[in-house]
Write a protein that binds this ligand. Structure first.
Ligand code: BES
Ligand code: MN
Ligand code: ZN
Length: 526
């Protein structure tokens, strides 16, 4: 991961490849009758750099066509003297009303991320963005670190891979390498709150990167067994407990859901328990992740066009894993247990057939009418197992339904719950973390469409409201009285379009930051 330093030097004198400044749309109302107001204004932090341009940086940016809009990146050469770095990068911060209000944390996070992405291949950049308080320091640090990401494990050495350096013979930069060093200008190295903000950002970003790496790893490089061993080694490194049930133990325990999904694959399923416990913890939280390392649909095979990105179907388990490790590394005063329900959904002679009946871990029978509705089957067993330990609350995270993507789009995850207060807590945690989420209902009248003529319940119901139906199915496996929330991250887990803000193409690490925030809130609330 990129290095991060707090720098007390001026942005003008810092030795770096680039200086990043903020530029905003001027939203303040100019006096009537006066000449047209400037369209863009510099954000606080840019003063030293502006001075080197003779106070004309905003005007210069405007000449170059900069509007100050969010996500906009404008590069310009540094003036002949006065700024040590050769390059100035102006990132848009959106509209400011008179420049008085503090910038929104998420706006800063995205801008820092966009700048870090624009500087891929560079060694060091000084970020001179507005750092009003520790919250702003945290946001800029997090955004820059999250933007400085690349996945090169499978690239050849001439293409940004392991010992690679150069994209081609001509360029001295490796554009596929993330920005190596981030210096935060204006943040105070001796300020405790600033220091804490940066320490937290480093852990959170590294854990989001952990989830992204797992998601981006193709299914022939990550099966349930290798995922479990990744969890084992992280548990060892960071002082967590680790247990794993292999296919024999799953059979012995009666985990019909996990086995029923995994039995079509040559790679057997696993259920992992990874736990962080704090000696002074008062609250316990169980996190359950859908970990389908590849979802072909099984015998209800997905058509071409719907399976190319299905290595991402373990994004829930990746988020849970990363969040538990983050809780441990941050030393959060809570007990957090992660349950990773790992299986590969494949068609074969040993695969579950549409019409088969599975006996789940809690004893309920499920008629599998569609083998592509597999996530709810592995989660059901993991939810039952997780609730045996009587945690104070349970959250599951899953790339569960295409229907949720239709409903909320590619950047927002849905939150369903059996408890209004807990759903709100998750929504607030997401908001505080800078993740887009929206509450969705679990209408009881939809439950009857799961009725099966042969089993206790079928695994699919009516077509409409598919995301809510999946949530209702899971609800059946959570004991009444235990607050439970379900995050359907099928939309935001994997970014198939271009990168934006601090979000790369491919695995995004969706829900990691929300879960970390939820654990922090749990600690704050007791
Ligand atoms: N993994 C998919 C859901 C998914 C879709 C994730 C798009 C990411 C992007 C899930 O297992 C699935 O196949 N769901 C089915 C359920 C249906 C058969 C009831 C779906 O959404 O079509
Ligand atoms: Mn599926
Ligand atoms: Zn799936």
């Amino acid at each position: 991961m990129s290095a991060l330093t707090l720098s007390s030097s001026s942005a003008a004198t810092l030795r770096a490849d680039a200086v990043v400044v903020g530029v905003a749309k001027n939203g303040s109302s100019g006096k009537a009758g006066r000449a047209a107001k400037a369209a863009v204004v510099l954000a606080p932090g840019a003063e030293a750099v502006d001075k080197a341009y003779g106070g004309k940086l905003a005007a210069t940016l405007e000449t170059l066509g900069a509007s100050g809009g969010e996500g906009e990146v404008t590069k310009l050469p540094a003036p002949a003297s006065g700024v040590k770095a050769p390059l100035v990068v102006a990132v848009g911060l959106g509209e400011v009303a008179g420049g008085q209000e503090p910038y929104d944390a998420e706006v800063l996070r995205r801008a820092a991320g966009a700048a870090a992405r624009a500087l891929a291949g560079s060694k060091k950049a000084a970020f001179a963005l507005p750092v009003e308080d520790a919250e702003a320091v945290a946001a800029i640090a997090e955004g820059a670190l999250l933007g400085a990401y690349s996945f090169t494990a499978y690239r050849g050495k001439d293409n940004g891979g392991k010992d690679g350096g150069k994209q081609d013979g001509k360029s001295s930069k490796d554009a596929s390498a993330p920005l190596a060093e981030i210096a935060l200008v204006g943040a105070k190295p001796r300020d405790k709150a600033h220091k804490a903000a940066v320490d937290r950002a480093l852990v959170v970003a590294e854990e989001v990167h952990r989830a992204r790496d797992l998601i981006n790893t193709p299914a022939n490089g990550l099966d349930p067994k290798t995922f479990a061993s990744e969890a084992r080694s992280a548990a060892k490194n960071f002082g967590l407990t680790f247990e794993v049930l292999d296919e024999k133990a799953l059979a012995k325990g009666g985990y019909g859901g996990i086995l029923g999904v995994g039995n079509g694959s040559a790679q057997p399923p696993r259920l992992v328990r990874i736990g962080w416990s704090h000696p002074k913890a008062k609250k316990s939280l169980a996190l359950v992740g859908k970990g389908i390392t590849y979802d072909s649909g099984g015998i209800s095979l997905k058509p071409a066009g719907h399976n190319e990105t299905m290595k991402c179907d373990m994004s829930g388990a990746a988020a849970v894993f990363a969040a538990v490790v983050a809780a441990a590394r941050l030393g959060l005063r809570a007990n957090v247990t992660g349950w990773l329900a790992l299986a590969e959904n494949m068609p074969s002679g040993s695969a579950t057939r549409p019409g088969d009946v599975l006996t789940m871990y809690n004893g309920k029978t499920v008629e599998v009418l569609n083998t592509d509705a597999e996530g709810r089957l592995v989660l059901a067993d993991a939810l039952t197992r997780a609730s045996e330990e009587e945690p104070d609350a349970i959250v599951d995270v899953a790339t569960l339904t295409g229907a949720m993507v239709l409903a909320l789009g590619n950047r927002t995850f849905g939150i369903m719950a059996n408890d209004d207060e807990f759903r709100t807590a998750l929504h607030e945690a997401a908001e505080e973390a800078g993740e887009d989420a929206w509450p969705m209902p679990l209408p009881g009248h939809l439950r009857k469409s799961f009725d099966s003529p042969v089993a206790d319940i079928a695994n699919i119901g009516e077509r409409m409201g598919g995301g809510l139906l999946a949530g209702l199915f899971l609800k059946e496996f959570v004991p009444e009285g235990t607050p439970w929330a379900h995050l359907d991250i099928a939309g935001p887990a994997f970014n198939e379009s271009g990168p934006f803000g601090y979000t790369p193409k491919g695995g995004t690490g969706s829900a990691v930051r929300t879960l970390v925030r939820l654990v922090e809130r749990t600690v704050e609330g007791d």
